[in-house]
Design a protein. Structure first.
Length: 178
């Protein structure tokens, strides 16, 4: 584990030994890996945002003869507010859905909405099996997939969805298991 060099990937989706701290971190605990969904998996909502902006632009020409200037300005502000809220909530969902692997435990933080957070964690000693699954054209080309961590007994299983380098994640977790 000492041979891992600190590194960050594009948009920080796969960070090895980052200088991060989190709220429940123990004093001697070191963050080994921080994971987010691969940036390419965010392309659908980015494309949808551009399409919505283009539609809003063309609606201005369509309704130019039917609406007054003040109505058009209000409709544009309302449309832009909806589109930017869509962009903001999707970005927050990507940014705050994080997997943290430390030298003591594995933590999965999921934000399902702006006001609802689910935190799942397990000690490394309770990990039974780590599985990486990757399938499909884009997952193969961009090297992302899902990592499933099975724990002993009735413990909740942890899953990291669409993370970069799933086989490397599996190797790192397996090397940390006592």
């Amino acid at each position: 584990m000492n041979n891992l060099q600190p590194s960050h990937s594009f948009l920080h989706a796969f960070c090895v030994k980052p200088a991060y701290r989190f709220e429940t971190q123990h004093p001697s605990e070191q963050v080994i890996l921080v994971l987010r969904a691969h940036p390419i998996t965010q392309l659908p909502w980015v494309i949808n945002s551009f399409i919505l902006l283009i539609i809003l632009f063309f609606l201005n020409f369509l309704f130019l003869n039917f609406l007054s200037t003040s109505q058009t300005v209000f409709a544009n502000f309302f449309g832009l507010a909806v589109i930017f809220a869509y962009i903001w909530f999707n970005f927050l969902s990507w940014f705050f859905n994080v997997g943290i692997i430390t030298n003591e435990r594995i933590i999965d933080i999921d934000f399902h909405a702006v006001i609802y957070k689910e935190v799942t964690e397990t000690q490394l000693s309770k990990v039974e099996d780590v599985t990486a699954k990757s399938g499909g054209f884009f997952a193969s080309v961009f090297n992302y997939g899902n990592v499933f961590v099975q724990t002993a007994g009735t413990e909740v299983n942890i899953e990291f969805i669409n993370v970069p380098k799933p086989s490397d994640v599996t190797k790192i977790i397996n090397s940390l298991i006592p």
